[in-house]
Design a protein around this ligand. Structure first.
Ligand code: G6P
Length: 609
């Protein structure tokens, strides 16, 4: 949720750190800071707000020399958004500076101990405690003091540490919060995700929990906090710079909405065997026998991924006839859940790092469940912790409001349901027909995107309204939830999503003259029931914005506004219906003058519980 960048090499660190921070800014944008060693002089600059504020601050002081440094962009957990709470935090006695992602859970006890030792704190953060602890334990070897400090810590961390007494050494470590080391030519770039590294090298290795890496310009050495040697696997990063740059688009969110046809083709590529009428999911091969015997699926996720998981529940029950349910990871974990024999738990996540989801997966595994990951980020913690999985392949998602990851998750879950169905009972012919329909979805999304101008006009008419409802039934009940979430997240308009039928059990009281009520009213089993709910809304003065199937003229008689999507099978309709809702949220945020890609208070990836 915060971003870390660190550099050691022969180039001037400052511009490199700033560029890395800008690429990481989507992970946290409350405040930012850098610490750079110029010889044995430790220089620190920090500023509240966006990276640009930090750049200005550096400009005022005339910039910094030095080829070793650390940087951080913060999403506040402990302590408010103030300069004193910005990273890097320091132990001035030894010239130590630390940047940290995660939460040190026993920081209060450690702080009391350190105050007893005479340390004076200038921030409210858990990270400053860590900096002081490393300083307190420092006996001339930074790596040793970092390890000694981490042995005292409970909680999660990814850290990068420098020390003025060792101007040629960078020490980084991880437990529970991602960090990777990019290996360049005589230089190393460390980042909390690959987007900070990719401009400099495509060779990198992720740290495992409890790993500590000592990096000098000559090389690196990895070991555990208990000094056991570790041999990391350097891998090739599979994406390029273009994927994390805006190109012709004004915002990452818009770019990612428009990218959906292209990336979903990649999600599907090589996974559909039309001749044999089957789905080929390489990541499940070693697990296929156990999967087929599964009696129950539990899908666990948070946020947008939870809405995708809900669609997954419908798909698994409807297509594969397997009992399935969806759980918020955060609730599942602490509920003393019952895991029966032959239960498969599926973690659905863009980042693969969401702490609530990860903890639920681990809990279920400990209770004997088989585990699958439906994850986007390759090599992420969830991808590594699960028994098997299927990657989304939608490329890096930078916009904080998730869009292409949602359609990627639903596409993968559709393939998973068809994979299960085919292995259990579905004939090759029926499966082939379904796969043909799925394969046609990217083209149909392209058609939906052509109506962007119309979506904008409709949004403009209602953007002044402060309360919205999103209603749908069956497969599109989760779509309604996602539509409401998107609008809330980036335009700060109050919106609620719910099953269309539920409206009359209470929320109907909210409807007053002109209230925008978005109905997902595509053709399907419950179309007529949705029409009844529309009538109930209209008679209370609500203004209906309907997402409907092309060719439906009936709907124009009852809805004030209609956003059309191409005709498709009901089980695939969320993949189309969500697109105008994504666009609507985007336009609402722009029209209200908000920073679409960095919505207030939100973090892209929430790595704390
Ligand atoms: C955060 C983000 C949401 C996201 C959720 C789950 O809350 O702000 O946009 O849907 O985490 O993220 P994941 O990476 O697990 O899909």
């Amino acid at each position: 949720m915060c971003g870390i960048i660190a550099y050691i090499g022969s180039r001037t660190a400052e511009p490199l750190l700033l560029e890395g921070l800008k690429r990481l800014e989507y992970r946290g944008y409350d405040s930012a800071g850098v610490a750079i060693l110029d010889g044995d002089s430790l220089q620190v600059a920090r500023a509240v707000g966006r990276i640009i504020e930090l750049e200005d601050r550096l400009g005022e002081i005339g910039g910094m020399g030095g080829t070793l440094g650390i940087g951080h962009t913060r999403w506040a957990t402990h302590g408010g958004v103030t300069e004193a709470n910005c990273h890097p935090h320091r132990d001035d006695a030894n010239g130590i500076a630390v940047v940290h992602n995660g939460i040190i859970e026993n920081y209060a006890a450690l702080r009391t101990y350190l105050v007893g030792k005479g340390h004076a704190f200038s921030s409210e953060t858990d990270t400053e405690v860590l900096a002081m602890l490393i300083g307190e334990l420092y006996e001339g070897d930074l790596e040793e003091s970092v390890k000694a400090a981490l042995r005292e810590v409970t909680g999660a961390y990814a850290i990068a540490v420098i020390c003025a007494r060792e101007p040629d050494t960078l020490v980084v470590a991880r437990k529970g919060s991602p960090l990777m080391v990019g290996v360049g030519n005589g230089e190393y770039v460390v980042g909390s995700d690959a987007s900070a590294i990719i401009a400099h090298t495509t060779q990198a290795f992720p740290l495992d929990d409890y790993n500590v890496v000592r990096i000098t310009r000559e090389g690196f050495r990895t070991s555990t906090i208990d000094d056991a040697p570790v041999t990391p696997q350097v891998m090739q990063l599979e994406f390029d710079l273009e994927q994390i740059e805006l190109g012709a688009f004004s915002h990452f969110m818009l770019k990612e909405i428009f990218e959906q046809p292209k990336v979903l083709r990649t999600t599907l590529r090589g996974r559909i065997d039309h001749n044999e009428g089957r789905v080929v999911l390489g990541g499940l091969t070693s697990f296929a026998k156990e999967l087929v015997k599964a009696r129950r699926f539990i899908l666990t996720a948070q946020g947008t991924a939870l809405h995708a998981a809900m669609i997954g529940e419908y798909l698994l029950e409807d297509l594969a006839k397997i009992s399935a349910e969806v759980e918020y990871g955060s609730e599942f974990r602490y509920r003393n859940p019952i895991i029966e024999d032959r239960t498969v738990v599926v973690g659905v996540s863009q980042s693969g790092e969401t702490a609530d989801t990860l903890c639920a997966l681990i809990e279920a595994k400990d209770r004997g469940a088989m585990s699958l990951g439906v994850v986007n980020v390759v090599g992420s913690t969830m991808a590594r912790e699960t028994d098997a999985g299927v990657y989304l392949r939608v490329g890096p998602e930078i916009g904080v409001a998730s869009t292409k990851a949602f359609t990627g998750q639903v596409t993968v879950l559709t393939m998973l349901a068809l994979y299960m169905a085919r292995r259990r009972f579905m004939s090759p012919d029926v499966c082939a027909r379904c796969l043909k329909q799925l394969d046609a979805i990217p083209d149909k999304i392209e058609r939906v995107l052509e109506s962007d101008g119309h979506v904008r006009e409709v949004t403009e008419r209602y953007v002044g309204r402060d309360n919205w409802l999103f209603l749908g039934r069956g497969y599109n009940y989760p779509t309604a939830l996602e539509g409401a979430l998107k609008l809330k997240e980036i335009s700060y308009i109050h919106a609620e999503g719910m099953p269309a039928a539920e409206m009359k059990h209470g929320p109907i009281a909210l409807i007053d003259e002109g209230m925008p009520v978005v109905f997902i009213a595509n053709q399907g089993r419950q179309y007529n029931k949705v029409l009844s709910n529309i009538a109930e809304t209209r008679s209370r003065g609500g203004h209906v914005i309907a997402v409907a199937t092309e060719g439906d003229t009936e709907i124009t008689k009852v809805a004030q506004e209609v956003l059309y999507i191409p005709e498709c099978e009901e089980y695939l309709s969320p993949l189309l219906a969500v697109v105008p809702l994504q666009l609507m949220a985007f336009h609402a945020a722009v029209l209200r003058g908000h920073d679409v890609d960095k919505p207030r208070n939100l973090a892209k990836s929430v790595t704390v519980e």
